[in-house]
Design a protein around this ligand. Structure first.
Ligand SMILES: CC(=O)N[C@H]1[C@@H](OP(=O)(O)OP(=O)(O)OC[C@H]2O[C@@H](n3ccc(=O)[nH]c3=O)[C@H](O)[C@@H]2O)O[C@H](CO)[C@@H](O)[C@@H]1O
Ligand SMILES: C=C(OP(=O)(O)O)C(=O)O
Length: 472
């Protein structure tokens, strides 16, 4: 199977042109991902007794991947920004610490966060915090736009590939910044001494993070910016909507081209983060793997069309109860009816989301027939397979493709496993829900990065899941 020790970013022969992997520039490649720390017996773990059928309603939290860039974008705004539906996660708490390390004032009232960045005096956020999460790097655009300089450490996040920041940097240079990389930090200045200037930049690949960095920077640049081949993910659109609410002029969000007319300062606003499509998709897959029927809200179904279409092909039934609520059923009509396997190739939105690939693979181990899972966004997102194999299914990995030999009648068996990243970790929990016997999932700090009250929500649906924290 692919692993960081065997992955060669420049292998002969060249990769098929349909598969994107970055050619990592040496200066910008980094290994600061969330450290795969050695587990101790004091680390919390999840204990799952598999076999329960799920039922009832699950509330979906605000999107992690929207909340992070929008929190970064508060650095563009004067006055108080009030954000609603901000999920309480390790990653969002880290982002708030990053803002505070710059001098921002932050108040949290449940899911509501009020940020005032008028007191920001530093352009160098706490490096330790930036190294913990991927989204932390996004402060570079707003800092550079508002203050003309930024010194930002290389980001962390899931260990699923090299994840360079070259597109962010090349794009900022196109807006008139001079950018150097020294001692693991990116040091950027608006080179004319006055501020960023509008420009044109075409991304080699529709990177979500680079699109967000450049959108925020361009909102504060002098003049017009045209960004092409940009990401079209719902989280990018959410950021654009937030920026427009604060007075920015952004056209084209949700297409592959953004036209942004810069303004030096954006104003206060009140904004609600979109529901987390990846969390919603994960709960659909939890219901599918346990052959259950559940409802969920709030959700924007069009954000999940790709997964929904695959699950319908597999034999699941999905109906819209209200514009923002779904009923999802994988309950077989007759006892011999099973779910059918399907093939998946991850790609940028509107393609199949890479952040749902591991959870989908867990489901496919329980479906009829051979399914082919191809990961085309990140070069090292098959780390969960070795752990998933411990539940008993047959999965073969060749590079970034996995062959899943599903068996509707075959059982998964409870196992002791460890998460090595966020979505891979959750895929092990899903396998545990369907498995016979008890499963112990270690390394759940990874899951806490991106799922709010995960085991509580599963218990609400009737799953037998406990968090075990052994006091030191
Ligand atoms: C906090 C956040 O929002 N994280 C999401 C974001 O990550 P993130 O923004 O890091 O993902 P990108 O879209 O940037 O990365 C996609 C691909 O582009 C490459 N790349 C990216 C930037 C760059 O400068 N150079 C480069 O080569 C990456 O290595 C990767 O192979 O989008 C990913 C793709 O949907 C999701 O899996 C992550 O959950
Ligand atoms: C890869 C993910 O997150 P991050 O980019 O924050 O590492 C994810 O949410 O699945």
């Amino acid at each position: 199977m692919a692993s960081s020790s065997t992955f060669n970013p420049h292998p002969p022969p060249p990769k098929p042109s349909s598969t994107h992997f970055p050619k990592t520039p040496p200066l910008l490649a980094h290994t600061l991902q969330t450290p795969p720390k050695t587990l101790t017996h004091q680390d919390p773990k999840l204990i799952i007794t598999g076999g329960a059928t799920l039922s009832g309603h699950v509330p979906i939290s605000g999107s992690k991947n929207s909340a992070l860039p929008i929190l970064a974008a508060t650095l563009c705004c004067s006055g108080q920004t009030k954000l609603k539906n901000v999920p309480n996660l390790f990653d969002t708490r880290s982002m708030l610490s990053i803002l505070e390390s710059l001098g921002a004032e932050v108040e949290v009232f449940g899911g509501e966060v009020v940020v005032s960045t008028d007191g920001v005096r530093s352009v160098e956020p706490c490096e330790g915090e930036i190294g913990k999460i991927r989204g932390g790097f996004l402060v570079i655009g707003p800092l550079l736009g508002r203050f003309g300089e930024a010194v930002v450490g290389l980001p962390g996040g899931c260990d699923i590939g090299a994840r360079p920041v070259d597109l962010h940097i090349r794009g900022l240079r196109a807006l008139g910044a001079s950018v150097d990389c020294r001692d693991g930090k990116v040091i950027a200045h608006a080179s004319n001494g006055k501020g960023l200037v509008g420009g044109r930049f075409r991304l080699d690949y529709p990177s979500v993070g680079a699109t967000e960095t450049l959108m925020m920077a361009a909102c504060m640049a002098d003049g017009m910016t045209v960004l092409s081949n940009v990401a079209q993910e719902p989280e990018v659109i959410d950021l654009a909507h937030f920026l427009m609410d604060t007075g920015a002029c952004v056209e084209g969000a949700g297409t592959d081209k953004l036209l942004i007319k810069g303004r030096r300062k954006l104003h206060d606003s009140e904004y609600s983060i979109i529901p987390d499509r990846i969390e919603a998709g994960t709960f659909m897959l939890a219901a599918a793997i346990t052959r259950s029927c559940i409802t969920m809200s709030p959700i924007v179904p069009s954000h999940l069309s790709c997964l929904i279409n695959k699950l319908v092909t597999a034999g699941c039934k999905i109906s819209q109860c209200t514009p923002d609520a779904l009923e999802f059923s994988a309950v077989p009509a007759k006892s011999r009816d099973g779910l059918h396997g399907f093939d998946v190739r991850t790609s940028p939105f509107p393609g199949f989301p890479t952040d749902l690939q591991p959870q989908t693979m867990a489901l496919l181990t329980t479906c009829q027939g051979l399914s082919v899972v191809e990961e085309s966004v990140f070069e090292n997102r098959m780390n969960h397979v070795t752990e998933m194999q411990k539940f008993g299914p047959r999965i073969q990995v060749r590079g970034s493709t996995a062959l899943v030999f599903g068996k509707d009648s075959g059982r998964l068996y409870g196992s002791r496993v460890a998460a090595s990243d966020l979505r891979g970790g959750v895929s092990l929990v899903l396998a545990g829900l369907a498995a016979q016997g008890t499963t112990e999932v270690n390394g759940i700090a990874h899951i806490d990065r991106g799922y709010e009250n995960f085991e509580m929500k599963l218990r609400l649906l009737g799953a037998d899941v406990k968090r075990l924290t052994i006091p030191p």
